[in-house]
Design a protein around this ligand. Structure first.
Ligand code: PHE
Length: 383
């Protein structure tokens, strides 16, 4: 009798609870989706970086969802315009963590934005993978120790700067270089310094080293110094929007040095007329004939109608690395996923990747040549 009473009281409670919450008593429900944030610059000076990054990551996620998702859960995304700048990126990271409750962030693109995001991710034990931020400080702290839950899908600038310098010395037979840089940008300053160190170590001479400030539009004062020194090459380690301005003004002043730069040149909006005859280091070439690359290029083109640049390829890779790591960890606990990432080998568009102790993958770089109508593959350099 007593048991019956207890059971009917319980049943009544369940019905009442159901009425209050408005939920009918559930049959085992679909699992909750897994949410991933994408932080990228969708407006401003380097908006092509953000569009490619978002589109590359979304393509990978769509493919996972079509195959049943990850851990049996569908994947949803929160995309934020973090502008390639420290403050908007930090607010976007705080927002997606505290409001959207994400445990995983793909982004940012630019090192100066990824560095503050990495501090927030570390403090909140959220896993961050930057597709393209190449400055060493993104994944390591002041003491040189890897931040436990921060990774990247690209090589780092000490390597990129060395590849650029060796190419200038050995393939362009350069003896002298001018370097122009934005001191306030971690990526630009870092790449300029790594290039300088490798160029001088290889017997070259940096005859002009001049700085400017983000937002400058008139470079004539520092370009006059370049003109007077008449160097073999002009190294411009900034993003395409600034490179476009400097290159056009250098041409106008009759500077003949060959222009050389880094991955920041990679954009459909690079001014190919102004930078023609120049070269830049990059992460990938869409002309790479490996089947995995061509398959990706085709899928991306079918969906978005354009050839994917390195930002799209690396965002696609970053999303795949993250989802493979979640799947193999068997949980969405970011610390466990980070451990799976440390141990795993990931077959992605840019190769078979493993991470070193500082959470950087070992990867080759490509050198691309700019002409007025196209940017073409020139060489591959491996560490
Ligand atoms: N490597 C750049 C940075 O760290 C970002 C970038 C990557 C830009 C690839 C263009 C292409 O800031």
């Amino acid at each position: 009798m007593k048991t019956y009473k207890a059971i009917s009281v319980l049943a009544l409670l369940v019905v009442v609870a159901g009425l209050i919450t408005g939920c009918p008593q559930k049959t085992p429900a679909a699992k909750e989706p897994l949410k991933i944030a994408i932080l990228a610059p969708l407006s401003g000076d380097v908006a092509t970086f953000g569009k490619s990054t978002r589109d590359g990551a979304l393509l990978a996620i769509e493919e996972w969802n079509a195959k049943g998702g990850v851990l049996g859960r569908q994947i949803t995304t929160v995309v934020e315009d973090s502008q390639c700048e420290a403050e908007p990126a930090a607010s976007a990271a705080n927002k997606v963590i505290s409001q959207d409750k994400v445990k995983f962030i793909i982004g940012e693109v630019c090192s100066k934005a990824s560095i503050p995001v990495s501090e927030i991710a570390t403090a909140n034990k959220v896993l961050q993978i930057s597709p393209t931020s190449t400055n060493p400080k993104v994944t390591v702290d002041e003491a040189g120790k890897a931040k436990p839950t921060v990774f990247r899908a690209c090589f780092i600038d000490p390597f990129q700067g060395t590849v650029g310098a060796k190419f200038a010395l050995e393939k362009l037979n350069a003896k002298t270089a001018a370097v122009l840089l934005d001191q306030g940008n971690d990526y630009v300053r870092g790449l300029a310094e790594y290039f300088r160190d490798a160029f001088t170590a290889g017997g070259g001479q940096v005859v002009v080293w001049e700085t400017y400030t983000a937002g400058d539009k008139d470079f004539s004062a520092i370009l006059t110094k370049v003109k007077d020194a008449n160097p073999d090459i002009l190294y411009l380690p900034d993003y395409y929007s600034t490179v476009n301005l400097i290159a056009a003004q250098a041409n106008q002043m009759g500077i003949k040095a060959i222009k050389v730069g880094g991955d920041g040149w990679d954009s459909p909006d690079l001014d190919k007329t102004a930078t023609a005859g120049g070269f830049h280091t990059n992460h990938y070439s869409s002309e790479d004939t490996r089947p995995v690359v061509q398959e990706f290029v085709k899928k991306y083109q079918d969906k978005y109608g354009s050839v994917p640049d390195a930002l799209a390829a690396l965002a696609y890779d970053a999303a795949n690395i993250l989802l493979q790591a979640i799947q193999s960890a068997g949980t969405d606990d970011p610390e466990k996923v980070a451990q799976a990432m440390e141990k795993g080998t990931f077959s992605v568009v840019s190769g078979d990747i493993t991470f070193d102790a500082q959470h950087n993958p070992k990867k080759c770089a490509v050198i691309l040549e700019v002409s007025p109508d196209k940017v073409s593959y020139k060489d591959t350099v491996c560490p």
